[in-house]
Design a protein around this ligand. Structure first.
Ligand code: NAP
Length: 296
């Protein structure tokens, strides 16, 4: 008998489904003479940032959002960047502002994020949007995209989180902490782990749903996962691969090949959380457009 394989939670499929729904919403907005527009700021020429922006712009184009990429050299001053954000905040034709991270070391990322009008903060990183998320599910408005994408995958595959033991490995401001809050808002029992957690395996192996966002290739091994668990792999790591044209391949934070034989369901990486992050950015842009036009 063939060993059982986990169900693959296909982020590309869920992202496509999300974008199809948004496409109809964009048509509705355009019929009211509202053209959603996203401004994307790139500082420098980080290849990963360029590749992420390409994916974001492709999705904008697909659903009919106007996307405007603003490039600055690596040497731009913090003040110049802040001035550009002020200008975009005032521009009524712009509904979403995204500053692609990371920024060069001489620029304070927090200061830049906090300069964005919270209503145009489609990445959901502004303290106002993070604060709203803490108040509860009904207050979530422009939530961070990767956590929102994880919630959407769980919802699409009808994975109930109420009362479930969920362990999250990673406590970053963009993934671990917000997804922990959003799942608590949805009545899961959440444990958040990090580099100082004493017995990581104890926490991962009792999880009904395990979410991993640490940035270490194949770090979570099959012995750390409960039989029949749901595994969401957020990690996106470049590992050397001489057989690949680029000399590297992308891989997640979990040992997919072995965990797929033990878990009930698992996201692939790539092809899991990545496409969902982009889809949720597009969704946030539409939400921002509606809020700015007093439609919601
Ligand atoms: P980050 O800011 O570097 O945070 C990493 C977290 O992992 C930290 O909280 C750190 O703990 C924890 N950690 C590191 N080593 C650990 C260990 N040995 N045991 C337990 N915890 C450990 O990373 P991030 O921005 O959240 O990203 C995490 C991964 O997700 C990366 O691979 C990134 O590329 C990927 N990612 C993917 C998407 C997507 O759309 N697919 C989006 C965002 C991020 P401390 O806090 O104690 O240092």
């Amino acid at each position: 008998m063939e060993p059982q394989q986990a169900q693959i939670l296909d982020g590309k499929l869920v992202a496509e489904h999300t974008l199809q729904k948004i496409m109809h919403e964009v048509e509705g907005l355009k019929s009211k003479n509202i053209c959603p527009k996203l401004s994307i700021i790139l500082v420098g020429e980080n290849p990963a940032s360029i590749s992420y922006i390409r994916q974001k712009r492709k999705s904008c184009e697909k659903v009919g959002i106007i996307d405007d990429q603003i490039n600055f050299s690596e040497t731009i001053s913090e003040k110049e960047l802040l001035n550009k954000i002020k200008e975009l905040n005032k521009d009524n034709s712009v509904h979403g502002i995204l500053v692609q991270l990371p920024l060069p070391k001489h620029i304070n990322e927090r200061k830049i994020i906090e300069a964005i009008n919270p209503v145009k903060d489609v990445d959901g990183f502004h303290p106002v949007n993070i604060g709203k998320m803490f108040l509860g599910k009904d207050y979530e408005e422009l939530s961070p995209c990767t956590p929102s994408g994880i919630i959407k995958i769980l919802e699409y595959y009808k994975i109930d989180v109420v009362g479930k033991e969920i362990t999250i490995v990673g406590r970053s401001n963009i993934v671990g902490k917000p997804v922990s809050t959003m799942l608590t808002n949805r009545s899961a029992t959440v444990t958040t782990c990090h580099s100082k957690t004493k017995d990581l395996k104890f926490h991962t192996s009792r999880a009904d749903i395990l979410i991993v966002a640490i940035g270490r290739a194949n770090f979570i091994t099959a012995d750390m996962v409960k039989e029949g668990a749901i595994v969401i792999d957020v990690g996106m790591n470049r590992v050397e691969d001489p057989n690949s044209k680029t000399n590297y391949r992308l891989t997640g934070d979990v040992d997919f090949e072995n965990i797929v034989k033990k878990a009930k369901a698992i996201t692939p990486a790539p092809g899991g959380c990545g496409p969902m992050t982009v889809a949720c950015l597009i969704e946030n842009t539409i939400k921002a457009t509606k809020i700015l036009n007093s439609i919601i």
